[in-house]
Design a protein around this ligand. Sequence first.
Ligand code: HEC
Length: 106
Amino acid sequence: MKKAYKISVAITSILIALITIVACSSTKEVYTPVPDTEVASSEEEFKIEKSGAQLWGEVCNRCHIAPSPADYNDTDWETISLHMRVRANLTEKESKKIEEFLKSAN
Ligand code: HEC
């Protein structure tokens, strides 16, 4: 009985060691590498397709609660857009879309 126990412990240890070796030595690529340029351009396209309202909901909620379009007038939104474009690191296109949405909805 004791011997059988020792053998099963030995077999289990060997199995664990083997699984570890196989798992850690696997060099198989789990994803297909995509060139950086492709990633960048597809992200850009994705952003461009979003509407001003969508961008406002996503971007302007990141750091603080997104202000309602009604909170400011058109002139204020122009200034705020310039300010928040820098803060949020937006492209001119994204910033303009958000600004247009905010102005259209106040
Ligand atoms: C990276 C973080 C960040 C993002 C993203 C961001 N804001 Fe801000 N926002 C701030 C900070 C910080 C302040 C406080 C004023 C300051 O120090 O710039 C602020 C202040 C404001 C104010 C107060 C008036 C002002 O100009 O200071 C408004 C309105 C505003 N944000 C609107 C927006 C809108 C609209 C967006 C989406 C385009 C946005 N914010 C996205 C960080 C952010």
